[in-house]
Design a protein. Structure first.
Lengths: 449, 316
């Protein structure tokens, strides 16, 4: 059923939509000549490679595992031969052990890939872990961990995040349009297994077609129509931020440093639930990802499904290459995406967009003095005072950083976006967090002596 | 750099506002009130405004050079200061005094404290108070459109009941047929400018509304012969209250940046303005009230640090 109240949160900014690829049906990209699969594509412990140089691998074969609780196995997205296992710098500048595979183009599927069998919640989670699924919205938290909150935390609500509030990105939207039934069937499976009393599917009102399609299907099934509700969210960035979305849908506030489960909620990306349904049907682990390829420097903006590990250069090439010299290339959207150092970096599990900016759009205006207009305070969804964190970070005043709750910042970018003096507020808050960490480490070392 | 790719921290897009555009909006919003001042008080008012703006801009330009700092005259904040100062002067002000005031505002109050964003009181207001104290006669020589008297309505009220018959009515007050400073004369056109600033989201209404609201309440309670008989509307429309509430108390640098702080600041301005107007020797209290509240801004902000979303963390 369609829930008609228009939900939102306090603060935020109206960013441009630029959903140029909304009507671009997902294209299948062929297999690149080489893939680079890093052993860390999630929040948590990195995996250890279980293949060696020279091994042959097939699609869906496990190539990295970890025995740590918070981790997710890594699979080969191609069939071919392992040509190297060595550290490689990935999208965020971290050096991670990476399996390099030369593809044979056959895409033979590994024999272990078969539909999972489960009879209850525990067995399901065990099987889900084997799928390698992590939060596909961007954070990459292992899904089987998210669905198993520690005892004592009663979770009654599931929120499906389809708000897709960043400019350009349409990969969630395409999933809704192309695989609407998968999403609902995935949701129903989770409702049956976990007994959620409420499921909210949150979608921004700039995607009326998506709201219509999903609410129509949700209304079809009597058994679930009271539980599963489609919520029309106001189009305002960062509507899709976990805490904002939870507040918009349920009115519950997740306290700083706490998890959604602490207020009885689990949030999943729309692509993640859809994947669960597909995994139950086929048993194919997470080996490919739809990414929106767009930006002023891209020749043919598109939605492309690519094998995980494909170098981003190959994806751009598939989209006709560049219209003009790419000056800045982003993994993710323009508000929170990460600027890439090299086009050889691979697409990861939680990559949802590749944006190439040209000279004009990559330009960041010069920083001026703060005029204390207070806009950063007005727009901050976390109720912080970015201007003061900025000032104290530059002065290295760690005590003040604590007082102004610098660690509660989620780095959504609203403050920098609206700042008339064009100050690098988010950048300095990131620095502030590092300063706080450093001070804490120093204090711990001192205490230990 | 490999591939020559640019590496910067997110966000990678910014909106199209900037300091200069905000300042330009403030100037646009003030122009109708300036025009009204020129209409009621004659072309000499225009000359005063031009002189204060020019003196402020030149003072800023030269000071930045002398201080060997980046040139900031292009952000137009000096022009705003000059314009607001000019609007706070009587039309008869000797020009050399206007120039000294402008230089005081820019050099002493603004630049010596670090320039835009760093001054702890409103430069135009501090300069006005400096001028009132230094040249009390020249700073209170008014002209009234189509009238013989040369006192402001508030001055007349201070003089006592004998002068009451000379007081202009509500309509004259609203339109601007009264004695006063160049820019404060017409509440009507000032409000047009205020609507523009709010619509353009240059200012929010927290400060103006709490300011005018608390001021009206106090003048109603204590402004008459007995309690609850004061003429609040008359007080609101007289003097520099509208100009002060919408254009001077909302000055970014010298007002709180957070919502709660703005509410406290606005109420403080309203209370002080009413007290000074009703109980002191000065007919007008807006300048002093805002200046006093300016100095309290750091304190207000320190005690109103908002809690993080969902947070129960202690404040300060």
């Amino acid at each position: 059923m369609l829930f008609t109240k228009k939900a939102t949160f306090r603060g935020g900014v109206p960013v441009p939509h630029w959903k140029n690829t909304a009507e671009a049906e997902t294209l299948q990209m062929g297999v690149p000549s080489k893939v680079y699969i890093p052993m860390l594509q999630h929040i948590g412990a990195p995996c250890t490679p279980v293949v060696n140089k020279g091994d042959t691998v097939k699609v869906g074969q496990v190539i990295g595992t970890s025995d740590k609780l918070i981790s997710a196995p890594i699979h080969s997205s191609v069939s071919g031969r392992v040509t190297n296992v060595a550290p490689m710098v990935v999208f965020n500048g971290q050096s991670v052990m990476t399996v390099e595979i030369e593809t044979d183009g056959l895409q033979e599927v590994h024999e272990d890939v078969k539909p999972p069998v489960f009879n209850n919640k525990e067995e399901f989670l065990e099987q889900l872990k084997k799928s390698g699924l992590v939060g596909l919205g961007g954070a990459g938290f292992p899904t089987h961990v998210k669905l198993a909150p520690p005892p004592g935390k009663e979770v009654d609500t599931l929120i499906i995040n389809g708000s897709e509030c960043e400019p350009y990105i349409t990969s969630d939207y395409r999933e809704i349009i192309e695989n609407s039934w998968n999403i609902l069937l995935g949701v129903y499976t989770l409702v049956d297994l976990f007994g959620f009393k409420n499921v909210w599917i949150g979608i921004e009102d700039n995607k009326p077609e998506a709201i219509k399609v999903l609410s129509n299907i949700a209304a079809k099934d009597d058994k679930y129509s009271d539980v599963v509700k489609v919520v029309k969210l106001k189009s305002r960035y960062p509507q899709g931020a976990e805490k904002m979305l939870i507040y918009a849908c349920t009115g519950r506030k997740v306290p700083p440093g706490k998890l959604p489960a602490d207020v009885g909620v689990i949030v999943m990306n729309i692509n993640s639930v859809s994947f669960i349904r597909e995994y139950i049907r086929t048993g194919m682990p997470l080996v490919k990802k739809r990414v929106t390829v767009d930006g002023p420097a891209v020749k043919n903006p598109a939605n492309v499904e690519v094998p995980i590990g494909t170098p981003i250069a190959d994806v751009f090439e598939f989209c006709g290459g560049f219209r003009s010299e790419p000056v800045k290339v982003l993994m993710g959207g323009p508000m929170m995406g990460v600027a890439q150092y090299s086009l050889q970096y691979p697409v990861l599990k939680h990559t949802n967009a590749l944006i190439a900016l040209d000279e004009k759009s990559a330009k960041i205006p010069p920083e001026g003095p703060c005029i204390r207009c207070g806009r950063c305070v007005d727009v901050c969804p976390m109720n912080l005072m970015p201007l003061h964190i900025n000032r104290h970070s530059l002065h290295g005043d760690v005590e003040a950083l604590e007082k102004y709750h610098a660690n509660d910042c989620m780095e959504c970018g609203c403050c920098s976006y609206v700042c008339p003096a064009k100050r690098h507020l988010v950048q300095s808050i990131r620095l502030a967090k590092a300063q706080l960490r450093q001070a804490a480490t120093a204090a711990a070392a001192k205490g230990g002596k | 750099m490999e591939n020559g790719l640019l590496m910067t921290s997110s966000p990678h897009i910014r909106d199209n506002t900037n300091t200069r555009r905000l300042m330009a909006d403030v100037i646009i919003a003030l122009l109708p009130a300036c025009a009204a001042g020129v209409y009621f008080f004659g072309l000499r008012s225009l000359l005063v405004l031009l002189v204060t703006v020019a003196a402020s801009v030149i003072a800023e330009y030269i000071t930045r050079i002398l201080l060997k700092r980046e040139q900031t005259v292009g952000d137009m904040s000096a022009a705003v200061t000059g314009l607001i100062l000019g609007m706070n002067l009587p039309p008869t002000i000797p020009l050399w005094i206007a120039i000294v005031g402008s230089v005081f505002a820019i050099v002493i109050v603004k630049q010596l404290f670090g320039g835009i964003g760093q001054n702890f009181v409103n430069p135009a207001l501090a300069a006005r108070v400096f001028m009132v104290i230094s040249w009390p006669v020249q700073m209170t020589r008014w002209i009234i459109p189509d009238a013989v008297s040369s006192a402001t309505p508030l001055g007349l009220i201070k003089e006592g009941a004998s002068a009451a018959e000379e007081l202009p009515g509500y309509f004259e007050l609203f339109i601007g047929k009264k004695g006063g400073c160049i820019g404060e004369v017409s509440a009507a056109v000032l409000l047009i400018g205020a609507v523009y600033l709010v619509a353009r989201r240059v200012i929010t209404l927290e400060i103006p509304l709490t300011y005018i609201g608390s001021f009206a309440l106090l003048t109603w309670i204590f402004g008459g012969d007995r309690l609850f008989s004061g003429d609040a509307l008359y007080h609101v429309l007289s003097g520099g209250l509208i100009l002060g509430a919408f254009f001077m108390a909302t000055d970014y640098t010298t007002s709180p940046v957070n919502r709660k702080g703005r509410l406290i600041f606005g109420i403080g301005c309203g209370v002080l303005s009413a007290i000074i107007r009703l109980f002191s020797n000065y007919p007008e209290g807006v300048s002093f009230a805002i200046l006093i509240m300016n100095t309290l801004v750091p304190l207000i902000e320190r005690y109103t640090i908002p809690r993080s979303f969902g947070g129960g963390k202690s404040v300060a």
